[in-house]
Write a protein that binds this ligand. Sequence first.
Ligand code: AMP
Length: 428
Amino acid sequence: MLFTDLGLAPAILTAVAEQGYQTPTPIQQKTIPVILQGKDVLGGAQTGTGKTAAFTLPILQMLQEEAKPLQPKQVRCLILTPTRELAVQVADNVAAYARHLPLRTAVFYGGVSVNPQLEQAALGLDILIATPGRLLDHLHQQSISLYQLEVLVLDEADRMLDMGFIHDIKRIMAKLPEKRQTLFFSATFSNDIKALADTLLNEPVLVEVAKANSASAQVEQLAFRVDSQRKRELISEVIGKRNWQQVLIFSRTKFGADRLSKQLQQDGIDAQAIHGDKSQGHRTKVLQDFKAGKLRVLVATDVAARGLDIEDLPIVVNFDLPHQAEDYVHRIGRTGRAGKFGLAVTLVTPDDLWMLKEIELLIKQVITQQVLPGYEHDPRFNHSSKGTHKSAEEQEASQVKKKLSNNRKLSIEKSKLRAIALGKKRAQ
Ligand code: AMP
């Protein structure tokens, strides 16, 4: 199938060609015709599948077909994203695909001055990309109005719930007209996600590309067994010896991200950290440098890394395992995008083995484990933190854990039980 088979306007096809896209990706082939028919969509798609264009291109087509003068504060299409980074990334894509169309678009997120946003809102918008908190501020101030909304997109809905946005989403939904088209995308489908989708969608068409909760076949996955005390040494050595460039490293905590980036710098590896405590300016600058290949290693927490779209990212490292198995899928989805091959390396300490098993159960794949020469287990290391003095990082980790929602706690408990059951089964 070609883009020209999809019934898109020449101005959109030109923009797509300028992006260098040759053929529509599977999610684009399946989703674009359904959206053009005006139907609601429940999309199960990982990042990296081309889902942004899958919903943006038909939206542009519909908006330009029925181009109308905008009323002040009016919004015709709202795209909700969980994080600022994803909002900016989606907005960049929308701007690229809409560059030959006379449509007004804007992106609103928190942490920056509201004044430019007020000016943009006052003129009315064909497309608004926004994070929930800042959008609610605008709704309270009545600087925008959603009552004429035609299309709603919820992008990365699973992450919105993980980040505790459910109440914000419900408040926003209360301001939307009943008659609208809704497009709902999520990489994973928990019961909470299904319940939310049920309340928002009207007879949706289910579009799934990669099976939800599955990892891309384009990503080679490896686990390096290592004692936790030697993780930093190992990763520093591997990055240097294997001459890895453009490495995205996931840290479980903000403190850990800062500490690891400093230690890598001390080892002569150019590294920076991004997380929720860093200013928006810092995050944007670091991300730009990393994307441009000027920064070798980016250390990020899950929240900060969500939605990062870095073309051709070759390597993702899980320095720490995630809190929940689903995050592993999101993390390694940063590489192996749009048909390219990628490498995902996970450092696994003896204490992490249960979570590795949980991940393997989720992705239905066994991850190859290796012990690198010189990093064999040293029994003198005590891996349990029970009864020992907690480092600042461990304290932050336990605080982060406490903040986990009941759901997540439950899922971890369930994971443990399943891992124990699996262990028993294997032992039999
Ligand atoms: P997404 O899943 O929307 O984050 O997109 C992942 C990456 O795929 C982005 O870098 C897009 O620019 C790229 N992309 C989207 N559609 C296509 C296509 N049809 N052909 C090649 N690359 C694409």
